[in-house]
Design a binder for this molecule. Structure first.
Ligand code: SF4
Length: 452
């Protein structure tokens, strides 16, 4: 998911709309924008699908005000539907507010049990609604005190943006698993999941929201509150590897630079006798460039991506994924014919895409296909909001390297080590790699029953 917020900028909704387009890669199944005008009047428009399918009739121009929040989301099968598309809006006698979120609260079941036992009825399956109810249930005079208390009840990897009629709050989990950054736009501010949204909005990057920080934006400017004394920098490694756009900087590290360095290290760790290096468009191209640079092999465009087809990884149903693979890539016959190819990809989740690409390259005339993956073997489920499938579905959860190689039909298969995955990262000393190593930065609360 991707979130955006704007404070103190005329026509905030239009800025958010453009910014959300640059976050569309983070979710393609729904999106929305909410604003308050200077009289405290609330506006919201949201829908299912791509932003271009949701905002079709100038709806953005009806969302008035100089502050607003927005969201794009992808849904796993249990959390689809318009009800779960954010921002969500809440009425309360202490003041109306809206919330949008990225990520996952791992103790959500315990919190919802706690709230339901105290009379709360939920309308959605979102963690934004959990936060809203906690804000209202916790005691405290000031809103910031309520937010601090609510966040301290939550564990996981998350980023929330909260909007009141006069203020934006931007909150990042204390482990620093999810990205969130602040930009300056005229006299106002912008908050975004990724800095790649700033360019199109006319904003300039200011800084990342710190792990465990709540940034308040209002007529007093920017203020910072830490909701927890505990704080770690354990940014999700998959943001660098796959999710984020290459033009984003996250926690001091540019995503393209990370991928290129990972590709260089991959070439050192897993060399191959081959004629050309081909990257799987688009998130693997930077790593393929790094591999080619380090290995001295020519980098070639052996695969072309069809535009306007959704990312296979973030579509929730397997049948849609498989159809998506066929629709989205084509081999360039004249380049791959008769060649021994190093095929660089960012990651392998289920292996179905890799199998089809290897087959596609062989059918186009490649004599050998050596698959090199710019991340470690994915063996474990993500609990922080990235839909990496169940362990049973993951190619490598129960297979050796040789078995995995056989399944995808490659001549050889090599993965980057967890050490190089960490060391390719210039800003984050110890990124979360739990889907590779099984070492989760938080408790998972799987076996913990809620108590009164
Ligand atoms: S488990 Fe994997 S996908 Fe999930 S936050 Fe950690 S690195 Fe990212």
């Amino acid at each position: 998911m991707g979130v955006l917020a704007v404070y103190g900028v005329p026509d905030a909704a239009a800025r958010i709309y453009y910014g959300l387009h640059n976050l569309q890669h983070r979710g393609q199944e729904g999106g929305g924008i909410a604003t308050f005008d200077e009289n405290g009047q609330y506006y919201r428009y949201r829908g299912l699908g791509l932003l271009s399918e949701i905002f079709t009739n100038g709806e953005v121009t009806h969302l008035l005000g100089n502050l607003g929040i927005g969201s794009v989301k992808y849904a796993n099968a249990s959390k689809g539907g318009l009800d779960n598309v954010e921002p969500l809006f809440f009425h309360h006698r202490s003041g109306d507010f809206a919330v949008a979120a990225d990520g996952n609260v791992v103790n959500a079941r315990q919190i919802s049990d706690y709230l339901e036992k105290r009379g709360t009825i939920f309308q959605t399956g979102t963690h934004s609604e959990l936060l809203a109810h906690l804000i209202k249930k916790t005691a405290g005079e000031d809103r910031i005190v309520n937010i601090v208390k609510a966040l301290n009840m939550m564990e996981g990897g998350f980023a929330f943006v909260i909007m009141t009629p006069s203020r934006i709050y931007a909150c990042r989990d204390k482990h620093g698993i999810k990205p969130l950054c602040i930009g300056k736009l005229g006299d106002g501010y912008v908050v975004s999941s990724e800095s790649c949204a700033f360019e199109i909005m006319g904003a300039t990057f200011l800084r990342d929201v710190k792990p465990g920080e709540i940034v308040s934006l209002d007529n007093k400017g920017l203020r910072s509150t830490l909701y927890s004394r505990f704080s770690r920098h354990q940014m999700c490694a998959m943001e660098y590897i796959y999710f984020a756009r290459p033009d984003s900087d996250i926690d001091g590290c540019n995503v393209h630079a990370y991928r290129k360095e990972a590709g260089r290290r991959l070439a050192k760790e897993c060399p191959a006798e081959a004629d050309i290096v081909v990257g799987v468009p688009e998130s693997s191209l930077s790593a393929a460039m790094g591999y080619a640079e380090q290995s001295g092999l020519p980098y070639e465009m052996g695969l072309v991506k069809h535009k306007y087809v959704g990312r296979t990884f973030i579509q929730p149903v397997q049948s849609m994924r498989e159809l998506g693979v066929k629709m989205k890539l084509s081999p360039v016959h004249s380049i791959v014919n008769g060649k021994r190819i190093v095929l660089v990809d960012d990651s392998i989740v289920r292996g179905t895409t890799s199998l089809k690409i290897v087959k596609m390259l062989r059918e186009a005339g490649a004599t050998e296909v050596h698959v090199r993956i710019a991340s470690p073997m994915m063996r474990f489920t993500c609990h922080y909001g990235v839909d990496t499938s169940t362990p049973e579905e993951l190619l490598c959860s129960h297979r050796t390297l040789e078995e995995a190689c056989k399944v995808i039909g490659a001549d050889s298969l090599g993965y980057l080590s967890p050490e190089s995955t960490r060391d390719s990262c210039f800003g984050c000393a110890d990124p979360c790699q739990a889907c590779f190593t099984g070492k989760y930065p938080t408790l998972l609360y799987d076996d913990i029953n809620s108590e009164d």
